[in-house]
Design a binder for this molecule. Structure first.
Ligand code: KG4
Ligand code: ZN
Length: 357
């Protein structure tokens, strides 16, 4: 277990929400005060288990959540110095994500809410990613534009209000993080691919080979599968050439140049679409969100865009970019304020769209 942040100066008036996150390969529980201050934040990552297979194995993820959820919950309370009766509500990611994985968190949340007779709050995973920014920047309030890039999503949304989110663009096929993960695996860098590509890309040639910048007519939607296939073709050709000349693939195309070119292309596409969305909405604030928002090249590129457009950029603390439960508790607070409580027959929803919240 890792990623433990503790701050224990609680006042009587503060609303304490326990967040639970199990949508993919992190089992996480956290307590957040008033949607803005982390009291405890516990994340148990399954990276070691899934890296053996080069990606998340859903069945293993569910089983591991079952084994880990109670110790993670206990630890989040112990670190906060709180007991269940101190909590005001239980927030849980109920979608989207891996259905078996989601069900573990939802079942735990329903049991706790029933046991302590406190409201149950259903949180959309991407609203959680957006809320990581509320934990990082106490001044941030809607409206703002957000680019959410994770292992499963590439969304641009307009956050009209805390619980009112308009979908402006999404990917038609692969997510940005998914492309990083698949290409990192193809080149032998391991899992998860995003951080490995970022590390390998340092000092590399960002234009080592041409990659497409797919655009969809009259739409801000993304399409990354063509980028992934083109990069895989370049890699295969380099491998074939290496085999025919009895050399090594990395002598023809280095991991460094491959990673730098892939990273730069994805960052350029994301930044271009974000620029168009800002033009359409006239937004004065941009917030990044999701695991890929940890990428320093992306942060730099979007910062440059924000400077050019004279808008404010908010980026989550690096530790809050990837999946965690503090962001779920923070998003849950705004659902709690609106008293949009869920019944105890809440189900997990693998394909929940963000504008259906
Ligand atoms: O948000 P997240 O933890 O899980 C999902 O909701 O999918 O995002 C995980 C994704 C993975 O694809 C991972 O490779 C990517 O975020 N990622 C990164 C970086 N750190 C994590 N991608 C690029 N650069 C990074 N530094
Ligand atoms: Zn996520």
């Amino acid at each position: 277990m890792s990623n433990v942040i503790i701050s224990n100066n609680l006042s009587q008036e503060e609303t304490l929400i326990l967040g639970i996150e199990t949508s993919c390969d992190e089992t996480a529980a956290a307590i957040v005060a008033n949607g803005r201050r982390i009291v405890s934040n516990v994340v148990s990552s399954q990276i070691d288990i899934h890296s053996l297979y080069g990606g998340v194995v859903p069945e293993l993820a569910s089983r591991h959540h079952v084994e880990t959820i109670l110790p993670v919950l206990d630890r989040s309370l112990a670190l906060a110095g709180l007991s269940l009766s101190d909590l005001d509500a239980i927030a849980v990611t109920s979608g989207p994500g891996l259905i078996g994985a989601l069900l573990v968190g939802v079942a735990a949340a329903k049991s706790l809410a029933f046991a302590i007779d406190k409201p149950l709050l259903a949180v959309h995973h991407l609203s959680g990613h957006i809320a990581a920014n509320y934990l990082t920047d106490p001044e941030l309030t809607p409206p703002f534009l957000s680019l959410i890039v994770s292992g499963a999503h590439a969304h641009i949304v307009y956050v009209e209000d805390y619980t009112k989110i308009k979908l402006l663009a999404q990917t038609k096929d692969d997510a940005a993080g998914e492309v990083f993960d698949k290409l990192a695996r193809a080149v032998g860098l391991g899992y998860p691919g995003g951080p490995k590509i970022e590390k390998a890309a340092r000092g590399g040639n960002t234009k080592a080979f041409p990659l497409p910048h797919p655009e969809i007519k009259d739409s801000l939607d993304f399409s990354f599968s063509g980028v992934k296939t083109a990069a895989l073709n370049v890699l295969n050709q380099a491998e074939q050439k290496a085999a025919s000349t009895k050399s090594k693939r990395c002598e023809i195309l280095s991991d460094q140049d491959f990673a730098a070119t892939v990273q730069e292309t994805i960052v350029e596409i994301l930044t271009d679409h974000l620029a168009q969305a800002q033009e359409t909405t006239g937004a004065k604030i941009i917030a990044l969100a999701g695991g890929v928002s940890a990428n320093k090249r992306l942060r730099k590129s979007v910062q440059k865009l924000a400077n050019r457009l004279d808008v404010k950029l908010v980026v989550p603390d690096i530790r809050l970019c990837t999946d965690n439960a503090a962001m779920i508790a923070a998003a849950g607070y705004y659902i709690w304020l609106e008293q949009k409580f869920s019944a105890l027959d809440l189900n997990a929803s693998a394909l929940w769209q963000i504008d259906e919240t």
